[in-house]
Design a protein around this ligand. Structure first.
Ligand code: UD1
Ligand code: CA
Length: 453
């Protein structure tokens, strides 16, 4: 069987976005809009994907990277048909080619699969997905003759009568590659926009007596094309609802779905509660029986079971069972927090491991450190990890007790069961079981008066 090939059109600038960033790179929640399109194609079984890029192609290529198998460059944007021509060698003349637009992030793999099925079942040369819209303005209209496909007319070329048609072209098609290649050769640009319209290929095929089918989809939301920041916000709202509903159906409690933002790749186990104002992004995984939020941002992190995260930010961090984070904690990349740990208010952890049972309750910075089990940090501890040039590590053994306002000047080790006195600045290692006092001794001057009094 020949491979399933997909061409994604992404060469346009997206003038109406009023942005220096090319349109398809704008984000819906935590992902670029074109990523959703590529993923939907893969879900539907795409083997090879070619993205047609043009406007700021270097940037678009770099951002899409190897999630597609190849790129075709359209130097001048002379229309959707011209864009597809640039992928001629990729498409070849075997099997079918799916054509998608990079600016329709709400399309689903399920719909694409249905399109393939309908196309193959009917033995079509082309099948286009249409949808009925109350307000079809701006879209190409599907013109029918005795109920079967006749042609697609763009808004700018449509007669008043054609403008009344509510059935629109979603811009999603499957073609038999050999028939598409032939019809592309016959495309002309004698239309209102002087562009080579891909839509004309369907009319060319029909006129040759080839089968052109229309699959009417029922969820118009899937085909929302993003042309402006307004539509970007609309798409984000729909995507957010779709993702939140998925999690709720799976047993996750989301108290206020309108005010909870979860990325598509996030995994959450049942019986976890997500409170309002929470943003969960990237490849984050959250276990069961957790309470997350309110007002937290969690990116690319792994949270095990029975964890509480309140009003905190976690970036590429790992948190083990029964640990509490926050309020107002900041876990920066490569922080690994053990079980039954407490990371309290105004605590920042960076590139550090904190082992089971340790408490870092208040106003503390732990950076580049390896901390053992059941350590207690007094309020206001600072690991002094940076000398202006290099970073150094701090090591703290099991059951150590770090007094309030201790500075630990790295590289330094506080051994197991050791203590540091409050207010100490520790510059060399503290042996196991000992108390280190590193501060000026208190001196009381009796009967002290201000000189000028
Ligand atoms: C297109 C369809 C219209 C359909 C609508 C659905 C044509 C002629 N019209 O119109 O029937 O209702 O989509 O959303 O196909 N692109 C290129 N190179 C170009 C021009 C466009 O890569 O030279 C890309 C754009 O980046 C975009 C996609 O093709 O991803 C669609 O282009 P756009 O200009 O938005 O087409 P519409 O006018 O919306
Ligand atoms: Ca469009």
């Amino acid at each position: 069987m020949s491979k399933t090939k997909v061409v994604v059109l992404a060469a346009g600038q997206g003038t109406r976005m009023k942005s220096k960033v090319p349109k398809v790179l704008h984000k819906v929640l935590d992902k670029k809009m074109i990523d959703y399109v590529i993923e939907a194609a893969k879900e539907a079984g795409a083997d090879e994907i070619c993205a047609v890029v043009g406007h700021q192609s270097a940037m678009v290529k770099a951002m899409i990277g190897d999630s597609v198998s190849e790129f075709a460059v359209q130097k001048e944007q002379l229309g959707t048909g011209h864009a597809v021509m640039q992928a001629e060698s990729f498409m070849g003349t075997d099997g079918d080619v799916l054509v998608l637009c990079g600016d329709t992030p709400l399309i689903t793999g399920k719909t694409i699969k249905e399109l393939f099925d309908s196309h193959r079942k009917d033995g079509n040369s082309a099948t286009v997905v249409s949808v009925m819209l109350d307000d079809p303005s701006g879209y190409g209209r599907i013109v029918r003759n005795n109920n079967s496909f006749d042609k697609i007319v763009e808004q700018k070329d449509a007669s008043d009568e054609e403008k009344e048609i509510k059935e629109i072209n979603t811009g999603v098609y499957v073609f038999k590659a050999s028939d598409l290649a032939e019809s592309l050769k016959e495309l002309k640009n004698d239309n209102a926009q002087n562009e080579y319209y891909l839509t004309d290929c369907l009319e060319i095929m029909k006129n040759k007596g080839l089968n052109v089918g229309v699959m009417i989809a029922d969820d118009e939301n899937e085909f929302l094309g993003i042309n402006s920041k307004l539509q970007l916000a609309q798409a984000t709202k729909i995507m957010k609802k779709r993702i939140n509903e998925y999690h709720m159906v799976n047993g996750v409690t989301i108290e206020d779905p309108d005010n909870t933002y979860i990325g598509k790749d996030v995994v959450i186990k049942p019986d976890t509660v997500i409170l309002p104002g929470t943003v969960i992004e990237g490849k984050t995984e959250i276990g069961t029986d957790c309470i997350i939020g309110p007002n937290s941002r969690i990116t690319n992190s792994i949270i095990k079971d029975c964890v509480t995260v309140q009003a905190s930010v976690l970036l590429s961090a790992e948190v083990d069972n029964y640990t509490t984070i926050g309020p107002f904690a900041y876990l920066r990349p490569n922080s690994k927090i053990g079980e039954h740990v407490k990371i309290g208010d105004f605590v920042e952890i960076k590139n550090s491991t904190i082992d089971d049972g340790t408490k870092v309750s208040h106003l503390t910075y732990v950076g580049d450190s390896d901390v053992g089990k059941n350590v207690n940090f007094g309020c206001g501890t600072v690991t002094v990890n940076y000398d202006g040039k290099n970073k150094f590590r701090t090591t703290i053994g099991d059951n150590a007790f770090i007094g309030c306002n201790t500075n630990l000047i790295a590289p330094v080790t506080v051994k197991e069961n050791a203590f540091t006195a409050a207010g100490s600045t520790i510059t060399f290692d503290v042996p196991e079981g000992s108390l280190s006092i590193a501060r000026a001794k208190q001196v009381n001057k009796p009967d002290w008066r201000r000189v000028n009094e």
